[in-house]
Write a protein that binds this ligand. Structure first.
Ligand code: A3P
Length: 282
């Protein structure tokens, strides 16, 4: 095989040492696809949803299972990839970030787990999230309608998931009950598009692996409007992410966008203060 462990039978199945825990629509697929180009990283292609939906199956299932979540049949691929001693096992499930029990459960697996969170302007993230839902269920109410409990009073519906996920600082607080800030790395979803090599450089430093992925790995695909990989670990051909990544967003009333920007401002500022980084969404 052409994978980095040589034959796919070599190496050991290990529990992940690092997780991409969020956020949905932040750019999590891009980070996973980019980081798995690294020879010292072996990543799971699918989202196992272990620490939210499948926790009851136990850690042995997480490590060993041949059943891929979301697939009815037993897959030939088993859940965790085989890794060499020198390689990091990684998986991504964006819903972990907003799962109340996830920090405790991950801490109980290993308190040394490295956590990666890809964050993006919460207003854009919400529209991206809604656009995705709309593509699957065309009959849902409008974004404007779902965003508010009372639009004239400016009462935002914080129970709507598309809104709630973007209140990053609230979710972060539950993680900080278990993990020090130094163990959580934040990727800017915006910079991931404008400077993928720079952002991936920081991810590699955080994971303690050599800076293998550099600007030489990327090119900007004008048709797609996003950076793409010149080649991957399994192919020498250039590869962009799929059609569902980098969709055209639904047009939203600019006044609603302003109201949501206002709504998120205090959460964003508190988030910047907590992580010690300004993501420039204001
Ligand atoms: P949009 O489709 O709204 O543009 P996730 O993988 O977490 O679901 O995030 C999807 C988002 O990743 C996309 O949202 C897109 O903006 C962003 N993204 C970042 N880098 C990308 C890339 N190189 N190719 C495609 N999408 C990318």
């Amino acid at each position: 095989g052409s994978n980095h462990s040589g034959s796919p039978k070599l190496g050991t199945k290990r529990l992940p040492q690092a997780l991409i825990v969020g956020v949905k629509k932040g750019g999590t697929r891009a980070v996973l696809e980019f980081i798995r180009v690294h020879p010292d990283v072996r990543a799971l292609g699918t989202e196992p949803h272990f620490f939210d939906r499948n926790y009851g199956r136990g850690l042995d299932w997480y490590r060993w299972s041949n059943v891929q979540p979301g697939l009815r049949k037993t897959s030939l691929r088993s859940l965790m990839p085989r890794t060499l001693e020198s390689q990091i096992t990684l998986e991504k499930t964006p819903s972990y970030f907003v799962t109340q029990e996830a920090p405790r459960r991950i801490f109980n697996m290993s308190r040394d787990t490295k956590l990666i969170v890809v964050v993006r302007n919460p207003v854009t993230r919400a529209i991206s999230d809604y656009t995705q839902t709309l593509s699957k269920k065309p009959d849902i109410p409008t974004f404007e309608g779902l965003s508010f409990r009372n639009r004239t009073l400016g009462l935002v519906d914080v129970s709507w998931n598309a809104i709630r996920i973007g209140m990053y600082v609230l979710h972060l607080e539950s993680w900080l009950q278990y993990f020090p800030l130094a163990q959580i790395h934040f990727v800017s979803g915006e910079r991931l598009i404008t400077d993928p090599a720079g952002e991936m450089g920081r991810v590699q430093d955080f994971l303690g692996i050599k800076r293998f992925i550099t600007d030489k790995h990327f090119y900007f695909n004008k048709t797609k409007g996003f950076p793409c990989l010149k080649k991957t670990e399994s192919s020498l051909l250039p590869r962009c992410l799929g059609k569902s990544k980098g969709r055209t967003h639904v047009q939203i009333d600019p006044e609603v966008i302003d109201q949501l920007r206002e709504f998120y401002r205090p959460y964003n500022i508190k988030f910047y203060e907590t992580v010690g980084q300004d993501f420039r969404w204001e």
